[in-house]
Write a protein that binds this ligand. Structure first.
Ligand code: UT7
Length: 333
């Protein structure tokens, strides 16, 4: 028993914000952002939420597969920006789709959330407990960006991408690898809620220790950059090794869309043609857990990926977390 991707979908908010508009908010410029990251614009939510984007991407994937909501028995959403702590985004998607058959599960693994979710769903399908899964990466990072911090606010965007993964006799997902290093968690943080319980406040020797931390992204960009290059290389090498294929036979690599320079560095270090890496960060920015399925859906709709072609998906991000997958492309609807 294997699992394979049979359809993709995505959704982004209508509003597009260009670099020049950000230069009106913080001390930056189109030239700096393009040169240092490759990004020109990103979609920003105004009325959309993480769950509405996730549900819209899911509907498109279901439509592409010619399936109805109740054909799905697992809904997984990778996100670091859920609408609520509970209900989960996956439960909200279930309600929006009118599905009554699925187990719903959110997964937090930063920008690696989609490849982590693929690994979990693939394992559940291969174990026989699940027949067909919706795997969604969805974010509204605009809610947790510090819009006064030029180091981070120019990088992120909102959106969602989804795939339908189903049980198959034919090999589809050939390998999934994941790693984590919690000891380096501080290099990329979005703090949780402040503790307002009166006993904790009384027990705190330093009032600042429990002062509400701003729930915004902070990042040591250079440290994450260095980590990312090694993480992508390891994920590609390890997933190709387990899949039993040579990296040179991969048709397209879809990396987490964080920075063109990271991808350039990996391509040159590993001797891989730059064009093998698919990027759309120019138009979407870094959408964290949504970036890989968003790019995969765009690629799938833009060109006909040959049936049987090998694709590699590679994620890295907060936690720290990283991982990848090699898949053999199936006929998508
Ligand atoms: O999805 C999660 C994973 N995240 C990532 O993968 C991000 C990885 N890191 C990066 O992509 C890059 O490190 C950044 C794009 C975040 C930053 O690029 P950098 O080339 O590493 O720049 P830097 O942090 O070394 O900053 C260089 C200069 C600094 O000024 P000084 O100290 O040299 O005077 C910054 O203050 O650029 C300045 N700077 C800016 N200037 C104009 C930082 N942000 C901006 C900005 N506009 N937006």
């Amino acid at each position: 028993m294997f699992s394979r991707i049979v359809a993709t979908g995505s959704s982004v908010p209508e509003l597009e914000v260009g670099n020049d508009e950000l230069a009106g908010l913080v001390d930056t410029s189109d030239e700096w952002i393009v040169t240092r990251t490759g990004m020109s614009r990103r979609h920003i939510a105004t009325t959309d939420t993480t769950s509405s984007l996730a549900a819209a991407a899911a509907r498109k994937a279901l439509d592409a597969a010619g399936l109805s909501a109740d054909d799905i028995d697992l809904i997984m959403v990778a996100t670091v920006t859920p609408d609520n702590f509970t209900p989960t985004v996956s439960c909200q998607v279930q309600a929006a789709l009118g599905n009554t058959a699925a187990t719903c599960l959110d997964l937090w693994a930063g920008c690696s959330g989609f490849v982590y979710s693929l690994r979990v769903a693939d394992s559940m399908i291969r174990a026989g407990g699940v027949h067909r899964a919706l795997i969604i990466g969805a974010e509204t990072l605009s809610r947790v960006v510090d819009w006064t911090d030029r180091n981070t606010c120019v990088l992120f965007g909102d959106g969602a991408g989804a795939v339908v993964l189903e049980a198959s006799d034919e090999p589809g997902v050939l390998a999934c690898v994941t790693r984590s290093d919690g000891s380096r968690g501080n290099v990329l943080r979005i703090p949780g809620l402040a503790n307002s319980n009166p006993w904790a406040i009384k027990a705190a020797s330093d009032a600042d220790a429990i002062a509400p931390p701003p729930s915004v992204i902070s990042m040591d960009g250079q440290e994450v950059f260095r980590f990312a290059v090694g993480a992508i290389q390891w994920s590609l090498e390890e997933s190709a090794r387990i899949a039993g294929i040579d990296i040179s036979s991969i048709y397209r690599i879809i990396p987490h869309q964080a920075n063109n320079r990271i991808i350039d560095a990996v391509a040159s270090r590993m001797g891989i043609e730059r064009d093998v890496f698919y990027t759309n960060l120019q138009r979407f920015g870094n959408t964290s857990a949504a970036s890989i399925p968003l790019a995969l859906d765009e690629l799938n709709r833009a060109e006909s990926i040959p049936v049987g072609a090998y694709l590699a998906l590679v994620g890295f991000g907060g936690g720290l977390t990283w991982g990848g997958s090699v898949i053999r492309w199936a006929q998508t609807a």
